[in-house]
Ligand binder design. Structure first.
Ligand code: AMP
Ligand code: ZN
Length: 461
């Protein structure tokens, strides 16, 4: 069955036609590892997860690369501000490489908690400095750059058109927009490819440009080329990457070999809080750990995301998270009921569900419609193992790890067990205030307590 995906390049849904038969070459812009990923960032990787799973469900093999940005991403996506890694290193008083290691590990843990199907290749920028050097040398050789005292710039005026994704007008003489910009930069949209490191700059390498470091946009072009070639099928990222980062990746590809690297460019919309993008700078963020503290397991956040299409903004509220939590419980319980069912169901009905599900996911990953099919299966009054098997099949796309779900194994985590012990002692000492305080903490972590004659009864909320 054909898969339609929306490409920002053509601004329409297009039928996916892969370069290789049965194999998709794909690149996703990964995290800048200077802090914990917030759940807005994680929406981008949940989208990536759904896309991977939908492609696999349709029988494709994948070669998918995701970068880890551990150098060169300035506070602004353009060439202004401090390097995010260096800023974090200064604030935490740590070596920037140690910062990168710590937050890369934290990011990978988050991926695991959300049961995200990981790209085949995860590439760290700092391990590809030579690869970036080779790439930039070719762009220089092809005549697409100019050099100022401290920077090698990409000269966007050398392209037929700069801004193919966002259809920007090149405002070369917009003096207002040029405030704070390097006066030696020739055109407003020109961007840094390689930068000379000031004395106190910690992340720098000996290269053709002296002690220096690469510009942020370069890593995706160089690593994409190294692992996927001059042209690949799909490139993904958040919508904030459209106007600068991805325009610059396309510019670099054109400068390197005359080609836009990806045939389809896919972008995921923002997670918002009170109508504003969730972001570190607005300080309106939550991490998976924050959600856990409030009693929501990570997969509830995945369920929350399925309530909206990836190209639509979604507003984060705890009310919506409560609904998602109920939905996840319903899904697990409904699956278990079918698993224990003994009735039979006609093959035609199963085929009908399968077709509807496939139509939804192949229509530009329409997960809300796909979920409505899942609910129809769950609600079917015929309780049949065949329907449980079907739900498991759908879960290859959803990724709720139902095949490993065991209702008997709803284990109480160790931190809760410890809190229960402390509360038990408090009650033995008749310290009711402490007992109540601990009960509230335990509830906030997602467990209900009932005090009975026999002791405490604990149940997941
Ligand atoms: P960064 O680590 O800042 O490079 O961002 C990682 C990814 O998260 C990028 O693809 C961003 O586009 C995406 N992103 C950042 N904020 C949000 C948000 N509020 N909602 C959805 N995606 C986001
Ligand atoms: Zn990128």
């Amino acid at each position: 069955m054909k898969i339609n995906i929306y490409s920002t390049l053509t601004k329409q849904k297009e039928e996916l036609r892969s370069i290789n038969k049965n194999k998709i070459l794909m690149y996703s812009c990964g995290p800048t590892v200077y802090y914990f990923a917030h759940i807005g960032n994680l929406r981008a990787y949940l989208f990536m997860d759904s896309l991977r799973r939908v492609l696999k469900y349709n029988g494709y093999k994948l070669k998918h690369v995701m970068n880890i940005t551990d150098v060169g991403h300035l506070v602004s996506d353009a060439d202004e501000g401090e390097d995010k890694m260096m800023k974090a290193a200064r604030l935490e008083n740590k070596d920037p490489f140690a910062i990168a290691d710590f937050y890369t590990k934290a990011f990978m843990e988050d991926m695991g908690k959300l049961n995200i199907d990981l790209p085949e290749i995860i590439a760290r920028a700092t391990e590809h400095i030579e690869c970036m050097e080779d790439y930039v040398k070719q762009i220089i050789k092809n005549g697409y750059t100019y050099q100022t005292e401290n920077t090698i710039y990409f000269d966007t005026s050398k392209l037929d058109k700069y801004g193919v994704l966002s259809n920007k007008n090149v405002k070369e003489d917009d003096t207002e927009a040029r405030i704070d910009v390097d006066p030696n930069k020739k055109h407003l949209n020109d961007f840094a490819l390689w930068i000379k490191a000031p004395e106190n700059h910690l992340m720098k390498w000996d290269s053709f440009f002296g002690k220096s470091y690469p510009g942020w946009h370069l890593e995706c072009s160089a690593m994409g080329h190294k692992y996927l070639g001059e042209e690949f099928d799909i490139h993904t990222g958040g919508i904030d990457h459209i106007p600068i980062h991805h325009e610059n990746e396309i510019a670099q590809g054109k400068g390197f070999c005359g080609k836009n690297p990806a045939h389809y460019w896919m972008h995921v919309e923002f997670l918002q809080v009170d109508g504003k993008k969730m972001s570190k700078s607005l300080m309106n963020l939550y991490t998976l750990e924050d959600l856990k503290q409030k009693g929501y397991e990570p997969l509830v956040y995945k369920m929350f995301n399925f309530s909206s299409h990836y190209r639509k903004k979604i507003n984060f509220t705890f009310q919506a998270m409560d609904s998602a939590k109920i939905a996840l419980t319903r899904l697990r319980e409904g699956y278990t009921k079918h698993l224990n069912g003994t009735e039979d169901i006609e093959e035609d009905k199963i085929k009908d569900y399968e077709e509807k599900f496939l139509t939804a996911i192949n229509d530009d990953l329409n997960m809300p419609v796909a979920m409505s099919v899942v609910w129809d299966v769950i609600k079917n009054p015929i309780k049949s193992k065949k329907l449980a098997k079907l739900i498991l099949k759908f879960d290859e796309v959803l990724g709720f790890d139902l095949k490993n779900y065991d209702p008997q194994e709803e284990k109480i985590p160790e931190d809760i067990v410890k809190l229960l012990e402390i509360r038990k002692k408090a009650r033995e000492n008749k310290d009711w205030a402490k007992s109540d305080e601990l009960r509230d903490i335990i509830i906030s972590k997602g467990y209900n307590i009932k005090d009975t004659k026999e002791g405490m009864e604990i149940k997941k909320i």
